[in-house]
Design a protein around this ligand. Structure first.
Ligand code: GMT
Length: 376
């Protein structure tokens, strides 16, 4: 199949999922065209069957806001025609499903029919999409999609609860590539760079937005390090990062916390980690938790949104109510204190991650694509 994938090119989970999906589809012989405003962070272009088309938005001083949707839908029309693309898969409803719908309409004028699959990722529904200023356009573009998928049952239920959706929403969970080729370094990274031998390594990775409850992470770690020698790895960048750095200083733990910023070395950091913290206010899936589990790292998370579909209580980690810092730190200590317990949780985390192996999930998308093509 010739497939166009529209996504955000940033470090966010939806862009990562879209990129990994495209790369795996390309490996299986499909021709994949990524269409977005810059090269997706996890996209290596030296891949057979992979193309990248940049959406340019010309700056015009008259406009207070530059019209990205217009540029995207025009780029979609041109690329679909030029490469005879058969199917369009948009990740994150805003504004991709809207732009995709417009492209479909323009193509229909020329007698070209192309099915559009919209994958809902989370904040496009739970935080941004439900805002009254966006809601009518989001509802419309979801209903106009040929197929709608969501990354968890919880997100599917939220979508039905928050919007007037007439379409069936199919749940296709996020995935992980378990047998990735190892990264070969010119300079090896040793555990001792991160922590002393006797210290446990605790990690958090996100875009440091309010929804991630960054302050809770620092406070959970504060309690843990009082009982167990430990270091905290804070990976990622965003609006809450500075506040977190200040809190670490106020609590006197700044020497035990490393702030990395956005990193391309996530797998190395996770490879040395003993525990992953994700106490988010809401999380449609929690891809970062799954990535940690796939490296054998147990997870302490909140029980909100789709997290209970990913993290297994008492097996791959523990789940608590949002904001229950006491319980989260107690459970973290329970996992970290004894080597034998930690080893068991690490093993379990990997076992749970195996359920989300890309090899099991990719055929679900392929089936959806073929059905959509047959119905067009
Ligand atoms: O919240 C983020 O980290 C970014 C956001 C995104 O749109 O990239 O993530 C959402 O999509 C991910 C991939 O499907 C999910 O794993 C995240 O749980 C989801 N974030 C939220 O629901 C807050």
């Amino acid at each position: 199949m010739k497939i166009a994938i529209v996504c955000y090119p940033t470090f966010g989970g939806s862009g990562v999922v879209a990129t990994e999906l495209g790369l795996e589809l390309a490996k299986r012989g499909h021709e994949i065209h990524f269409i977005t405003y810059s090269q997706p962070v996890r996209l290596a272009l030296l891949n057979q069957n992979v193309f990248y088309h940049e959406v340019h938005v010309p700056e015009y001083p008259l406009f207070h806001y530059q019209p990205y949707e217009l540029a995207l839908s025009s780029k979609l029309v041109d690329t679909i025609k030029l490469y005879d693309i058969e199917l369009l898969h948009v990740h994150y409803a805003i504004p991709h499903a809207y732009a995709g719908y417009m492209a479909k309409q323009m193509l229909a004028e020329e007698g070209i029919k192309i099915p559009m699959i919209t994958t809902l990722h989370g904040t496009d529904i739970t935080l941004v999409g439900k805002h009254p200023f966006y809601k009518p356009a989001v509802t419309f573009s979801i209903n106009q999609s040929d197929v709608v998928t969501s990354v968890s049952k919880s997100l599917r239920d939220d979508t039905y609860r928050l919007f007037d959706i007439k379409k069936d929403i199919q749940v296709v969970p996020n995935f992980i590539e378990l047998d990735k080729e190892p990264i070969i370094d010119s300079v090896p990274c040793y555990r001792s760079v991160l922590a002393a031998k006797e210290e446990r390594i605790i990690t958090h990775i996100s875009n440091f937005r309010k929804v991630k409850r960054i302050e809770d992470i620092v406070r959970i770690f504060y309690k843990i390090q009082k009982e167990i020698p430990a270091k905290l790895m804070m990976v990622g960048d965003g609006p809450e990062k500075e506040k977190a750095e200040m809190l670490c200083e106020d609590l006197g733990i700044h020497k035990k916390v490393i702030f990395f910023g956005n990193s391309h070395e996530i797998e190395k950091i996770l490879g040395y980690s003993d525990l992953f913290l994700l106490p988010s206010e809401t999380e449609s899936f929690g891809l970062a938790a799954l990535e940690a589990m796939s490296c054998g790292v147990p997870v302490i998370s909140s029980n909100s949104g789709g997290l209970p579909e990913v993290n297994e209580e008492g097996f791959s980690g523990y789940l608590s109510d949002v904001g229950n810092i006491d319980e989260m730190s107690k459970n973290a200590i329970k996992i970290l204190k004894e080597d034998s317990v930690l080893e068991q949780f690490k093993h379990n985390a990997l076992e749970t991650a195996k359920k989300f192996d890309i090899k099991n999930i990719l055929p679900l998308y392929e089936k959806i694509y073929y059905e959509a093509l047959n119905q067009t």
